[in-house]
Design a protein around this ligand. Structure first.
Ligand code: DL6
Length: 803
């Protein structure tokens, strides 16, 4: 049925009235949202059913993307866009006298991830469906998302994120697809009379994993894929075994909250429980589906690709082995062959502290059979590799060592593909972090630079810019993002550049209105908007950004009449609750904001806005308003970054170290259209090797920097006695682990170049346009095509029209 505005209005009214038994005019935007989301779910349900049926009928190969985190953002508008009915519905809603934007904003933004990794997973879901690739997401339905961040006296305070308070309309509970997960107890292997060893379990705790499915709607192609999130419940038939409230609480806890505090043993155990819970549930449901097709097991890797998003789901490997060995009776060799051929793994970090390892005793206690299998995988690895590579290299690659299970080692040994997420990151993996494995398995390693979906990050977030691009180069870029390059033809077209500038100004006004309403800060929309939005981590160097602001502040205090390019510095960042140093940096930036924003000498020359509770929805507001994108991590530390891509796509110029995907941005836009500064990865490595770096020496020759740092401890910035001292000491006494001071001068010089360029608006706009036009290669559609072709070996399925 073609949905016209009139049909929509009639049908929508029906849905609303059947749900609320009241007049739509008297309802709240939350109620209108609920009815509209239900309407869309119903509208897309046929396609969802048919997509699923087609996958079954045609026995196509499917990919299963296992991720501990998904950050989908609000789904209403994105679903309308992908269904091709955004304008129809918006018009209908407006004609009914309702406020479309208010309805959109009534939706809760589910924070089921920490940052880049989870958002990447959701961009991938959008691209997989939009490319008509048979694909599924597999994760956890956390009862509470990542904490809600509030600032109290400038300090981060964490509040629970009760995102399910009003229910979640997009999901469908599939109780009939529930599976049982076995924890704890004892296990031993017994001969089964056919020369096979079968595990015998006793005293296990069995927990029910119930799936909640959400349709992942492809862009105008009738495809609706599935995102399956698992929830833990007490199995009704085992109620008797959960008598105490402590036992019951333990079950609920499994899927209660994203990233439980793992600074204590119980927290770690819970996280390991979560990892096994969702991997086992996902693998069991894959096996059940595969078995329905009645194909020989050798066909499994031809029908199923399992992707492990970082090591959190790496237990997929022993779990698949367990089922193939214990339940399906395959030989070790066959099971191992199938497992390796089916599983692939992405590494997202080189930070040692993020490399997962689990104490052996913990795994033994929680999942004893899985431990036995990991031990056997490890032993076979040793036996096979020693004759080929010798003891030294082999023992450096074992899964079990020093009483720990190293999850990256398991993921590499048990998979057929290991990829990094930007070229530099992959090179570092091959040459440094995972070099031993690279020697053993050179052909497993490959690069897949991250990508973002242009549909959410341009089409939805920046509708005016979308219209401008559409009028200039047509609409093809929405499905063929490489077409964006045609926009470059307008880089010297005055009319287009002026329009681009007007759109940016409007977006900045939109953000300014938000800042005024939320924080009572008055922003000048003609100022340069300088944006750093990402998790707070020392290596990302929000501190460098703040020290630069402090430098500007001191310049103004020295000469209040100084002419400086007015700037609005926007920060958005959550710090992990247990990461004290990151929280101290938040407090420092907030205190600096308090000082600077209220100093009459400063006026509009500097304003700082640190938005609370940064997430997908705020990113959609901030990114279109950005002039400068701060991507200033220490070279070699940021695996890729994805905010760099979203900001570029919206015409921000990148202030960049040569790190992660910044290098690829530079290659695409050319050095004239990016501000580069700081040490390269090679220079950092040399410094580290030689061990000559002394932040004190940097300071000795730099009175300006000395003065800036003094402000941390001399009371210039009120209310940071503790934080200022800690930050000062980290830079001076503890030798500045992330080379903030070393890169400071070149950072400030690059910022000065940006100021000068911003004075020349036509030239700035030209560079902004070149950035937009060069960003096509960062579309997640391309990234996914490469995963599909080079790793998963899955094909786009013909969409309904083509069948
Ligand atoms: O690949 C997505 C994203 C990258 O863009 C960031 O550069 C990287 O820091 C982030 N990594 C993580 C690490 N998590 N773990 N484990 O979030 O991944």
């Amino acid at each position: 049925m073609t949905l016209t505005t009139n049909i929509f209005k009639k049908e929508f009214k029906k849905v609303f009235e059947s749900q609320h038994a009241s007049n739509i005019k008297d309802s709240s935007s939350e109620q209108q949202y609920a009815a509209l989301a239900n309407f869309i779910k119903f509208y897309s349900s046929d396609n969802w059913k048919q997509t699923n049926q087609l996958y079954i009928d045609e026995q196509v190969k499917q990919v299963y993307y296992f991720s501990m985190e998904f950050l989908p953002g609000r789904m209403l508008k994105s679903n309308l866009l992908n269904l091709g009915i955004l304008d129809t519905v918006r018009d209908g809603i407006t004609e009914m006298g309702l406020d479309f934007d208010a309805i959109v904003q009534s939706e809760v933004d589910p924070a089921l991830g920490n940052g880049g990794l989870g958002r990447l997973a959701s961009c991938f879901m959008d691209s997989i469906a939009s490319l008509a690739i048979p694909g599924n997401g597999n994760g956890i339905r956390y009862r509470y998302g990542l904490f809600q961040q509030r600032f109290v006296d400038g300090y981060q305070v964490e509040l629970p994120d009760n995102w399910l308070r009003n229910g979640n309309i997009w999901e469908v509970r599939k109780e009939n697809k529930a599976v049982m997960i076995r924890f704890g107890g004892e296990v031993y292997l017994k001969e089964d009379g056919e020369n096979k060893l079968r595990p015998i379990y006793s005293n296990t705790q069995n927990i029910l994993a119930v799936p909640y499915d959400t349709g992942m709607i492809g862009y105008e192609n009738d495809v609706v894929n599935n995102l399956r999130l698992w929830s833990a419940e007490i199995p009704p038939e085992e109620e008797i075994n959960f008598k105490t409230s402590a036992e019951r609480v333990l079950v609920n806890q499994i899927t209660e909250v994203l990233y439980p505090d793992d600074s204590n043993y119980e927290g770690q155990l819970l996280r390991l429980r979560q990892e096994y819970f969702f991997t086992s549930a996902g693998i069991q449901s894959i096996i059940r589906f595969f078995k329905k097709q009645q194909l020989p097991w050798s066909e499994f890797p031809n029908k199923i690709a399992i992707h492990v998003n970082d090591t959190h789901p790496a237990l997929c490997i022993p779990e698949l082995m367990r089922i193939l060995l214990d339940e399906e009776g395959l030989s070790w060799e066959k099971a191992w062959d199938i497992t390796k051929k089916s599983i692939s793994y992405t590494n997202h970090t080189i930070m040692q502290e993020a490399m997962e390892k689990w104490p052996v005793h913990m795994v033994q206690e929680l999942i004893p059979r899985i431990y036995q299998i990991i031990e056997a995988i490890n032993q076979r690895h040793i036996d096979k590799k020693i004759p080929l590579y010798g003891e030294e290299l082999t023992y450096r690659t074992t899964i079990i060592s020093d009483g720990n299970i190293k999850m990256a080692n398991l993921a590499i040994i048990g998979s057929h593909s290991v990829n990094g997420v930007a070229q530099l990151h992959t090179d570092i993996l091959k040459e440094e972090i995972l070099h031993d494995f690279y020697e053993m398995y050179p052909s497993k390693f490959n690069n897949k630079t991250n990508g973002i979906t242009q549909r959410r990050w341009l089409h939805l977030a920046n509708e005016k810019l979308t219209q401008l691009i559409d009028t200039k180069i047509g609409k093809e870029w929405k499905t063929s993002p490489a077409e964006l390059r045609q926009f470059k033809a307008y880089s010297k077209d005055e009319e287009t550049l002026n329009l681009l500038s007007d759109i940016k100004l409007e977006n900045k006004k939109r953000f300014a209105a938000y800042a005024k309403e939320k924080y009572a800060i008055e922003l000048d929309p003609t100022a340069l908007f300088d944006v750093q939005i990402k998790r707070l981590h020392a290596y990302k160097r929000q501190l460098l950004n703040a020290l630069h602001i402090l430098d500007r502040y001191l310049k103004i205090k020295d000469d209040p009449k100084i002419e400086l390019q007015p700037r609005v510095f926007i920060f958005g960042a959550k710090a992990a609750p247990s990461y004290i140093y990151a929280k101290q940096i938040i407090k420092f930036i907030n205190a600096l904001a308090e000082l600077v924003n209220n100093d009459p000498d400063v006026g509009n020359k500097i304003k700082i806005v640190f938005v609370e509770n940064y997430g997908v929805s705020l990113a959609e507001l901030i990114i279109p308003a950005a002039d400068i994108s701060e991507q200033i991590s220490l070279a070699g530390k940021e695996a890729s970054g994805t905010s760099n891509m979203k900001l570029m796509l919206n015409g921000a110029l990148t202030m960049a170290t040569l790190d992660g995907a910044n290098i690829e941005i530079k290659d695409l836009v050319g050095e004239d259209n990016i501000f580069l500064f700081g040490m390269t990865n090679d220079e950092v490595n040399r410094m580290n090797r030689e061990g000559h770096y002394s932040s004190k020496t940097v300071l000795k020759n730099n009175p300006r920097l000395n003065r800036i740092l003094e402000c941390l401890i001399n009371g210039t910035i009120p209310d940071i006695e503790v934080e200022g001292r800690v930050i000062y000491d980290s830079l001076v006494q503890y030798n500045d682990e992330y080379y903030v001071l070393q890169d400071f001068e070149s950072f400030v010089a690059a910022q000065e170049r940006a100021d000068i360029l911003y004075q020349d608006k036509p030239l700035w706009n030209q560079k902004a346009l070149i950035n937009i036009a060069s960003s096509g290669p960062f579309s997640a559609d391309f990234t996914i095509m490469r995963y599909a072709e080079e790793i998963w070996n899955v094909k786009e399925r013909p969409t309904k029209d083509k069948v």
